[in-house]
Design a protein. Structure first.
Length: 204
């Protein structure tokens, strides 16, 4: 699994349900970092890989990771995301159309993709494939759409109901103070403790 050049998948693509795979019907929205079950769809045997496309408005400095099962995470930054036109997606895409998932409209968003290869064969529809986790460092609102791939070309896609919304973190992680700052903070707190004891003694 790894980042892909989306424009190579969209040349000659054919879109529309049935889905190759899907998340829980909804569509649902989960918090960043939540492991979410991923299932086979009605057209799962038709392709030889699956393309997961993350879409949204990606601020500079944001780092997004996509983890599939226990494979190494795929990491994206804003530099990995391209417009619908640059990726080669049409303005109306099969079951995605102009639908809104978690506040993100696919045709007007920026996109980055990861390809899933080496998938198991012979599975029935709605069989569990793996857990998928999408995380980010900033408060970014995302959606994840599912496309089927046959020999490097998109052949179908999951409708909005098969997509996943990912809500952003409330804020970035707080920086850890430098050791000198910690020492100074400890001194200040100790001083406050002494002052408090003296004040109580005077009051009594």
């Amino acid at each position: 699994m790894g980042p892909v050049n989306l424009s190579t998948f969209t040349a000659g693509a054919s879109y529309g349900p049935p889905a190759p795979a899907h998340f829980t019907d909804g569509p649902i929205t989960v918090t960043s970092g939540t492991a979410t079950p991923f299932f086979t769809g009605p057209s799962y045997p038709d392709g030889n890989s699956i393309l997961l496309v993350i879409s949204g408005t990606i601020p500079a400095g944001d780092v997004i990771t996509l983890t599939y099962d226990n494979l190494a995470p795929v990491t994206f930054t804003s530099a990995n995301f391209v417009s619908t036109a640059a990726a080669g997606f049409p303005s109306m895409i099969g079951g995605i159309a102009n639908g809104n998932v978690n506040g993100v409209v696919f045709p007007t968003s920026m996109h980055a993709g990861a390809g899933l290869t080496g998938l198991p064969t012979g599975l029935p529809t709605d069989a569990f494939l793996a857990n998928v986790t999408v995380s980010q460092t900033l408060a970014t609102t995302l959606r994840v759409d599912v496309f089927g791939d046959l020999n490097g070309t998109i052949i179908n896609n999951a409708a909005n109901s098969g997509a996943l919304g990912v809500s952003g973190n409330s804020h970035p992680p707080s920086p850890i103070p430098e050791p000198a700052s910690l020492a100074l903070l400890g001194t200040v707190l100790a001083g406050l403790g002494v002052a408090g004891r003296l004040w109580r003694k005077v009051r009594s």
